[in-house]
Structures are given as C-alpha cells and as structure tokens.
Ligand binder design. Structure first.
Ligand SMILES: Cc1cc2nc3c(=O)[nH]c(=O)nc-3n(C[C@H](O)[C@H](O)[C@H](O)COP(=O)(O)OP(=O)(O)OC[C@H]3O[C@@H](n4cnc5c(N)ncnc54)[C@H](O)[C@@H]3O)c2cc1C
Ligand code: FES
Length: 249
C-alpha cells in the first residue's frame, strides 16, 4: 500500500458539534489515492506520537478529517489555524472492500461515523445507519442524505429514533447484502452478532491505541481467528478493517 509523509495546507478547522471538529486540508487525490476506511496519522506539535484519524472524505482537492477532542493531542489539533501546514503520514491501513452490484448497509456509531462518508461514496444506493449518544453529538447527516437513505438514532431519543443502531439494522437487514461498520467495540460486537444471526457478511473497522501506524512497534495488536487458529495481527497494517467473523472480540 502506497503512503507518504506530506505537509498539507490547513484550509479550515471548524467545530461542527460539541467538541467535534471538521478539518479540511488541501490535497490532490490523484497524487496519493485514499481508499475508504483508511486513516491518516497526524503529527501534533510537541507530541512524540502521531494521532490516527480516519479519512472522512477525499475529493474536490480536500482531505477531510472529522475528530473529537479527547485529550491533549486532539485539543492541540482543534487549535490549528487555517494557513498553517499539517504533517500527515498516510493514507494508512486496509479499508473497506466494496464490490459492485451489492447493497451495503453502512453503520457508524459516534466518532466512528466519519469514515462511513467516503465509504458511502463508493457504494451504489447504500443504506446508512448512524447512532449517537445524544443530539449535541450528531454530525454529517446532510452529507449522508445526499448519498443514500440515512437513518438516525440516539441513545436518549433527543434526535431520530430512540435506541441503538442494531435496532434499525434488524428492521432493514432483509434488504441488504453486506454490512460495514465503524464505532465503539461494544457496538461492533453487537452489529457482528446480528449479522451472524441473519447470515450477512460484515466488515468492522477496529480502533486500538497506536504508535508507529505502519506495523513496526506492535502497540496495536489484536487477536483474530484465521483457519481455525487464533493469531495476533496489527490494526494499523492488517486493518483497521477486518471481517467481523475473524475478530476475537
Ligand atoms: C484507525 C483509527 C481511526 C480513528 N479515527 C478517528 C476519527 O476519525 N475521529 C476521531 O475523533 N478519532 C479517531 N480515532 C481515535 C483517535 O485516534 C484518538 O481519539 C486520539 O488519538 C486521542 O488523542 P489525544 O491526544 O487527544 O488523547 P490522549 O488520550 O491524550 O492520547 C494519548 C495517546 O493515546 C492514543 N490514543 C488515545 N485514544 C486513542 C484511541 N481511541 N485510538 C487510538 N489511539 C488512541 C493517542 O494517539 C496518544 O498517542 C481513531 C483511532 C484509530 C486507531
Ligand atoms: S501502531 Fe505500531 S504496529 Fe501498529
């Protein structure tokens, strides 16, 4: 997989929901193509380790990263100003495998929602299900609605249907061929269980703490099952997207 370190001009960095920022960087997709589900490893001044952020979109000369302020690194990112340069290593990892002629259900939970936007752009007529804790954290609904039928749920019912993404998935699973999901591990585990119950293939994007991002430091190891054997693989290099049936949750 081809990747590079680039200094990308920061075009904008706006708060789009409580503590969630939409960073847009000038970027030429022809130079270094990005596949859906891949991530960028962002250098944060004064921090030794880069921060992994999924590519939300890569089109019209922009690389879009949507991130939530969690700790010191993402706090510094949120203060970066348009006109400055951002040091990005990427695109990294293996993303979602999208095949023509299949109907996908794309599921995003919380800050796992952004990578489903570029994924939706690769799909024909996707069904998109997004779930958030509450209304103040809801993002990207208009972007998704332009690409396919978009369903929204929140844990507390403050926006969309009250409940979980798995409730909506169960209602609509008969219409789709395959599921792609990104979000918190308990959500991925629940989505994988529903897909197993209905015999639908499912790809999940895993999140692990990372060091190098390129398979050299072993920080991001996860257990997967291949040919009946449990082995360790790297989320950064072998993933972040895995077949759900292979993941030992
Ligand atoms: C493949 C991948 C894609 C991701 N995509 C997104 C995204 O699109 N939007 C978004 O908001 N967040 C995303 N994350 C999570 C994001 O990387 C962390 O929230 C961020 O690194 C936290 O950094 P911090 O300095 O603010 O927090 P701190 O807790 O201060 O970070 C300390 C260290 O732990 C690491 N770390 C902390 N939490 C995580 C985490 N959940 N995953 C990986 N490393 C972590 C940091 O990189 C840093 O090295 C993704 C993580 C992975 C692995
Ligand atoms: S982050 Fe170093 S091996 Fe994955």
């Amino acid at each position: 997989m081809k990747y590079d370190v680039r200094q990308l001009p920061l075009l904008s960095n706006e708060e789009i929901a409580h503590g969630i920022f939409d960073m847009r960087l000038a970027y030429r997709q022809d130079d270094l193509p990005v596949a859906c589900g891949q991530f960028a490893h962002v250098y944060v001044p004064s921090k030794t380790l880069r921060r992994p952020i999924s590519v939300c979109d890569a089109s019209d000369g922009e690389l879009r990263l949507v991130y939530q302020v969690k700790g010191a690194g993402t706090q510094i990112m949120s203060q970066m100003q348009p006109g400055s340069m951002v040091d990005v290593l990427g695109p990294l990892g293996h993303g979602f495998q999208i095949e023509k002629g299949r109907r996908y259900c794309l599921i995003g939970g919380g800050i796992g929602v952004p990578p489903m936007l570029l994924t939706a752009k690769q799909c024909e007529d996707p069904l998109i299900i997004t779930g958030f804790r509450s209304k103040s954290l809801v993002i990207l609904q208009e972007d998704f609605k332009a690409l396919g039928e978009t369903l929204l749920c929140t844990d507390d019912g403050s926006a969309g249907q009250k409940g979980f993404v798995t409730d909506l998935l169960r209602e609509r699973i008969g219409e789709i061929d395959e599921v792609c999901a990104c979000g918190p591990t308990p959500m991925l585990k629940a989505v994988a269980a529903v897909c197993r119950e209905y015999g639908k293939p499912c790809q999940v994007s895993l999140e692990e703490r990372m060091g190098c991002g390129v398979g050299a430091c072993l920080v991001c190891a996860v257990k997967v099952r291949k040919n009946g054997e449990e082995i360790m693989q790297h989320v950064c290099k072998n993933g972040p997207v895995f077949q759900a049936e292979e993941v030992v949750f």
